[in-house]
Design a protein around this ligand. Structure first.
Ligand code: ZN
Length: 371
């Protein structure tokens, strides 16, 4: 055992806080508040290891995810693309999942069994998660692979539909194959964010075809090298689930209760993005500057995304520009010229880093009681 892990275990058994679990979390930890009625689970359901074309062992994926405080991951190895097969023969295509499960057993991380169904365009790549046996999904006919995934009650999403290697214009092309899968109930979600790429056109397709909005890292190397060393976080899907369990996670994905998040970019349906951003900002205080009608608000951003806002109220600001930022974890003071002395303010701000449809930002309202 590594000295560092031993130290962490000793530390936490001393304060007897985490019970049987221990943590690897550092200051890289992602945090988003829950929304009314649901827990906000942080998931990355598209990752690779040496069991397809990734470069790391499955245990590393588990450890990386714990450092970023994720709630759920899936190792979605390409079923059909296996460049390391001669070095690492593995007749069982569920092997990466089992190794991840083993690594995660002393940790509070949900491991979702998954696989990537891989074809050239127009079929492209799709992930099937919550599968029961990857071996059975491996099939020459893509139609059979999808129908088998459905038989296993899998949640299936279309990966990087805007990928320029498959769509040279960098915009997604919904083919008859995808339309047929949607009609058959075999395709349920779409990545609007994949690694560094965000496609507004994919969000438009999600809304048009009622597909669940997904964001994933699709990591092949190290999360540290691709993201955290650059000061980024990996893209994630926030899943709004009733409980922190696999069945709840699955239910929420099928119900479309998600948002895709990559650093300061937040993408999703208004009904989930609005309460998320609302819960992400706490009003710490609200009082008038003595003998004035200038209301001073102290706002704290408690989520891991920097939030960019634009004033949507009839009142103007005393000091700030109408567009201002609250960095993750930080506090700002707004001075609002309300003209009359109010006992309650309807604080209304457009969230400019968030999209509920292409070029459309949610407007968030907070009822603020003046002290
Ligand atoms: Zn992939």
């Amino acid at each position: 055992m590594k000295k560092r892990s031993l130290f962490i275990i000793l530390l936490f058994s001393c304060i007897a806080f985490y019970g049987q679990n221990h943590t690897h979390q550092g200051n890289l930890a992602l945090s988003y508040p829950n929304i009314p009625g649901y827990l906000s689970l942080k998931a990355d359901l598209h990752q690779h290891t040496v069991f397809s074309d990734g470069n790391v062992w499955p245990s590393i994926r588990v450890q990386e995810s714990l450092r970023e405080n994720l709630d759920a991951i899936s190792l979605t190895e390409h079923l059909e693309y296996q460049p390391h097969l001669e070095d690492i023969p593995h007749p069982d295509r569920n092997r990466a999942y089992h190794l991840a499960l083993e690594e995660a057993q002393d940790h509070d991380l949900l491991i979702v069994p998954g696989s990537e169904i891989t074809r050239s365009e127009p079929i492209g790549h799709s992930n099937a998660v919550f599968i029961s046996d990857a071996n059975k999904i491996l099939n020459d006919a893509p139609e059979t692979a999808f129908s088998e995934a459905k038989k296993q009650r899998a949640f299936v999403f279309w990966n990087h539909p805007a990928w320029h290697a498959q769509s040279p214009t960098g915009t997604p092309i919904m083919s008859d194959f995808q339309k047929e899968r949607i009609k058959n109930g075999e395709l349920h979600g779409i990545e609007v964010i994949n690694s560094l790429d965000y496609a507004e056109e994919s969000l438009a397709l999600a809304l048009e075809y009622n597909l669940t909005v997904m964001g994933t890292s699709d990591v092949h190397g190290l999360i540290a090298w691709d993201y955290t060393e650059k000061g980024d976080h990996r893209p994630i899907t926030l899943v709004f689930a009733k409980e922190r369990t696999l069945p709840s996670l699955r239910e929420a994905l099928f119900a479309g209760r998600t948002a895709a998040i990559f650093n300061d970019l937040m993408v999703g349906r208004a009904e989930y993005l609005e309460p998320l951003i609302k819960a992400s900002v706490e009003v710490l205080s609200a009082s008038y500057i003595e003998d004035t009608a200038v209301l001073e608000l102290e706002l704290k951003n408690i989520c891991s995304s920097d939030l960019l806002f634009e004033n949507q109220m009839p009142y103007t600001f005393y000091t700030k520009a109408p567009i201002f930022e609250i960095k993750a974890g930080e506090t700002v003071v707004l001075r609002i010229k309300t003209l009359d002395i109010l006992t309650e303010l309807n604080l209304r701000l457009a969230a400019l880093g968030a999209y509920t449809a292409p070029k459309q930002h949610p407007v968030i309202s907070w009822k603020v009681k003046v002290m």
